[in-house]
Design a protein around this ligand. Structure first.
Ligand SMILES: [Zn+2]
Length: 107
């Protein structure tokens, strides 16, 4: 998670790139997955890296909270975890094995 300042700048960039106006001149942003209109501050929306930050990150896109959660848990998280496992295997990084404590006689 980037520091809050950077996060808010990223969010601002997405907002300015994707905001639209309706007939009442209210500003809203559309979720790229479900096309739901989000009217801030009433509706929660999140700025998402379409390509996860771990893989270099891409331009941000707006997603509603539900779609962002689904994308993160079902696509991004497994991909990132797998990439990390492959990387750690390549570098020979292993978790230390659990050892049973040695039995000490006479103490
Ligand atoms: Zn959505």
């Amino acid at each position: 998670m980037p520091p809050p300042r950077q996060q808010s700048r990223f969010r601002k960039e997405v907002w300015h790139a994707f905001r639209q106006h309706d007939s009442d001149d209210r500003e809203f942003i559309v979720c790229v997955d479900c096309n739901k209109r989000c009217y801030p501050p009433h509706d929660a929306w999140e700025a998402d890296h379409d390509l996860p930050h771990y893989f270099g990150g891409s331009e941000g896109v707006p997603r509603c909270k539900a779609c962002h959660r689904i994308k993160t848990t079902e696509q991004d998280r497994p991909a990132i975890d797998k990439a990390r496992r492959v990387r750690e295997k390549h570098l020979g990084i292993r978790k230390p094995k659990h050892k049973w404590p040695k039995r000490s006689f006479g103490m």
